[in-house]
Design a protein around this ligand. Structure first.
Ligand code: KG4
Length: 351
C-alpha cells in the first residue's frame, strides 16, 4: 500500500510517500523562521505559505521516492487537531488529487500519527522490522507543542487517556520559558542548547503538582510563574549568559521531572500487566535530556521505550501521517472516507 501523505496542521508544510510502515520520502518545508519575528505561529501567514509551498513539497516527495501517481494507492491527510485555516490547505489539496487521479482519501488524526511515529522504518529495512514492534496493549506518550498525553492503547483506535495537561503542553511550556529568557522562537530547541551549558540543579524550581501525582494530570502554569519570578529577581541583580544557561537547565530539568513523576506514579501503582512498551512521539522527543529521562523511567519499570528512528519524524511531518493511515486501514479497515465527509476538525481528540 503506497500512500501520498500530507500534513499542514501548523507551521510545517509536509508531504511524504510511505509504503506500509516504510518511509520512502519525507519532505518538510518549515516556516518557523517566518513566524519567529512574531514570537509564535500566525495562522493567516501559515495558511499563505502552505498554499505557496504545498505543490512543491508534494512533487519533491514523489520525486525523492522515485514514484508516480500511477503507483500511489491512497492519499492520507491530517484533518486535526491543528489550525483550522492551515489544515484546510492540505485537505483541499488531497481532494484535488483524489479527483484528478481517482484515489481514495484516508483522514488522519495528527496526535495518533505522533503516537505511532516510532513504527515508521527506513526504506532500506524489511517491512517486518516496523510491524513486529506492535503488540497491543502499548503505552503512548505524545509531547508536542499542542499536546502532552500519556495513554494506554488497548488496540488501534481505542485509547484510554491516563494523563493529559490541564494548561500548557510540554513543548508550549518550553517555548514560553525560552521566550521569558529572551532566547527567541521556536523555543524548545534553543532552550535545550542553553540548558546543555547550564547546571540543572542551580535553581530549585517547584516540580509541578509535587505530592499530587495521584491526580494523573500535567500542569505547567505554576512552573512558568516560578521561572518568571526568578528571572525578574535576577534582572535586578545580574542576568548574564551563565545565569541564563543555569535557568534554562533548571527549568527544563523540572519540566521533565514532572512528566517522569506522573508516569512513574502510574507505572508503580496501576500498571497494565500486559503492556511492556512505551511509544513516544512529538517535537519534544528531539530533546536529548528528555529521551534520557524517559529511557531511565522505562528501565526502572522494565518497559521498552520506542522513539522515532529519524529526527525528521519527531516534529511535524507527513511520513507519520502515511504510516498512521496504513495502520488504520490494516487494523480497522474501512478507513477510506467519502470526500464530502472530510473536513478539518481543529480540536480533534483521540478516539
Ligand atoms: O510535534 P511538533 O512539531 O508540533 C506539534 O504537533 O505540536 O512539536 C513542536 C514542539 C515545540 O513546542 C518545540 O519547542 C518542541 O516541539 N521542540 C523541542 C525541541 N525541538 C522541538 N523541545 C525541546 N527540545 C527540542 N530539541
Amino acid at each position: 500500500m503506497t500512500i501520498l501523505a500530507i500534513d499542514t496542521s501548523c507551521d510545517e508544510t509536509a508531504a511524504a510517500i510511505t509504503k506500509e510502515t516504510k518511509v520512502m520520502s519525507n519532505v518538510i518545508w518549515s516556516q518557523a523562521s517566518l513566524h519567529a519575528k512574531f514570537g509564535g505561529v500566525v495562522p493567516s501567514l501559515a495558511q499563505r505559505h502552505h498554499e505557496e509551498k504545498i505543490d512543491w513539497v508534494i512533487s519533491r516527495a514523489i520525486k525523492k521516492a522515485r514514484t508516480g501517481f500511477n503507483e500511489i494507492n491512497a492519499i492520507a491527510v491530517t484533518v486535526g487537531p491543528g489550525l483550522a485555516i492551515a489544515l484546510e490547505v492540505g485537505i483541499r489539496k488531497a481532494k484535488e488529487f483524489s479527483n484528478k487521479y481517482n484515489l481514495p482519501i484516508i483522514p488522519v488524526n495528527h496526535v495518533e500519527a505522533h503516537l505511532f511515529s516510532p513504527l515508521a522504518i527506513s526504506s532500506s529495512l524489511q517491512q517486518e522490522a516496523g510491524l513486529s514492534t506492535l503488540k497491543f496493549p502499548v503505552y503512548g506518550l505524545v509531547v508536542s507543542g499542542g499536546n502532552t498525553l500519556f495513554v494506554l492503547a488497548r488496540k488501534f483506535g481505542e485509547y484510554k487517556i491516563l494523563a493529559k495537561t490541564s494548561d500548557d503542553a510540554l513543548g508550549e511550556a518550553l517555548d514560553k520559558g525560552a521566550r521569558m529568557l529572551g532566547l527567541g522562537y521556536p523555543g524548545g530547541a534553543v532552550l535545550e542548547r542553553f540548558a546543555r551549558q547550564g547546571n540543572p540543579l542551580a535553581y530549585k524550581l517547584p516540580i509541578p503538582l509535587s505530592g499530587q501525582e495521584k491526580r494523573m494530570v500535567f500542569s505547567y502554569s505554576g512552573l512558568k510563574t516560578a521561572l518568571y519570578r526568578l528571572i525578574s529577581k535576577q534582572k535586578e541583580e545580574n542576568l548574564d549568559k551563565k545565569i541564563i544557561c543555569d535557568l534554562a537547565a533548571s527549568y527544563q530539568y523540572t519540566a521533565f521531572q514532572h512528566i517522569y513523576r506522573v508516569i512513574d506514579f502510574y507505572l508503580s501503582s496501576l500498571p497494565e500487566p500486559d503492556a511492556s512498551k512505551l511509544f513516544i512521539g512529538g517535537g519534544v522527543t528531539a530533546n536529548l535530556e528528555f529521551r534520557k529521562t524517559i529511557r531511565g523511567l522505562c528501565k526502572k519499570h522494565k518497559i521498552k521505550a520506542f522513539f522515532p528512528y529519524s529526527k525528521k519524524l519527531y516534529t511535524d511531518n507527513a511520513a507519520m501521517v502515511g504510516v498512521c493511515a496504513f495502520l488504520r486501514e490494516k487494523h480497522l479497515g474501512n478507513s477510506y472516507v467519502n470526500q464530502g465527509l472530510i473536513d478539518r476538525v481543529p480540536n480533534l481528540q483521540l478516539p
